[in-house]
Design a binder for this molecule. Structure first.
Ligand SMILES: [Zn+2]
Ligand SMILES: [Zn+2]
Length: 252
């Protein structure tokens, strides 16, 4: 099968490698679509993983099922999760599942930017069946949207709140749509690019002036954007840094 392997920054090679084979309790899927995450194109994040087959937002179809796998059959269309928490450690019990030691040690083989991938045993129970009518490309939004919903939960965003979203890339737009779905009173947007601003306004966000908000979510690592957002948080409000700043970036 072919894979897209990142060998250096801005250098992706198409390679032929052996097809994956499922072991006991494992599954192999054909990849139907895979999202490109902002992290996949962030140099400092990619550099420490190289060489690697990136892609952690795949949707696929099950093509082989190992012994001992219940409830999964060849032909199932699924969203494939790339990490799974243990659910039992102190971090998991306190709601920090993404910081669980096991979370980062679990991994798809070789990654989403491949024609086929092996889903290890720990991740098989995380497969989500795709409903009929949901296209694989749309299904790649499941992982980013899950991250958005989690951030809004952790920021304590409630019905009736005012939310400021800073940055109207994919994540900012998902923040806006998800916030409306939980009946916030208003969503404000700060975004320098006119085309992105128009998309945000199309989703019902209003251009931010100097309104104070209950929650501000910053979907860009830029220090000045973070400072602007912090200044807009009302007393008792919450600032959520959704895009991790570069490790060698300016101090917050
Ligand atoms: Zn991602
Ligand atoms: Zn855990």
């Amino acid at each position: 099968m072919r894979v897209a392997r990142s060998v250096a920054l801005d250098d992706v090679k198409i390679e032929d490698i052996e097809d994956p084979v499922p072991g006991d309790d494992e599954v192999v899927c054909d990849v139907l679509a895979c999202g490109v995450c902002a992290s996949d194109v962030t140099d400092w994040y990619v550099e420490r993983k190289l060489p690697a087959v990136l892609g952690h937002e795949p949707a696929g179809i099950v093509t082989a099922v190992g012994d001992g796998v219940p409830d999964v059959s060849e032909g199932d269309r699924v969203v494939i999760h790339h990490h799974s928490p243990c659910g039992e450690c102190r971090r998991c019990r306190r709601g920090h599942e993404t910081l669980c030691e096991r979370f980062r040690s679990t991994q798809l083989d070789p990654g989403g930017f491949a024609e086929r991938l092996r889903v290890p045993a720990d991740l098989v129970s995380e497969l989500l069946p795709l409903p009929d009518g949901l296209e694989p490309a749309a299904a790649t939004m499941v992982e980013p949207l899950a991250c958005i919903l989690r951030s809004q939960d952790r920021a304590g965003l409630r019905p009736g709140d005012g939310l400021l979203v800073v940055g109207a890339g994919v994540n900012g737009l998902l923040q806006i749509a998800a916030a409306h779905a939980r009946a916030v009173e208003a969503v404000w947007i700060r975004e320098p690019r006119a085309d992105r601003l128009a998309l945000a306004e199309g989703l019902g966000a209003e251009r931010h002036g100097n309104e104070l908000v209950d929650v501000a979510v910053v979907c860009t690592p830029k220090a000045d954007a973070i400072a602007d957002a912090a200044a807009a948080v009302a007393p008792g409000g919450t600032l959520c840094l959704y895009a991790p700043p570069a490790p060698d970036g300016p101090p917050l």
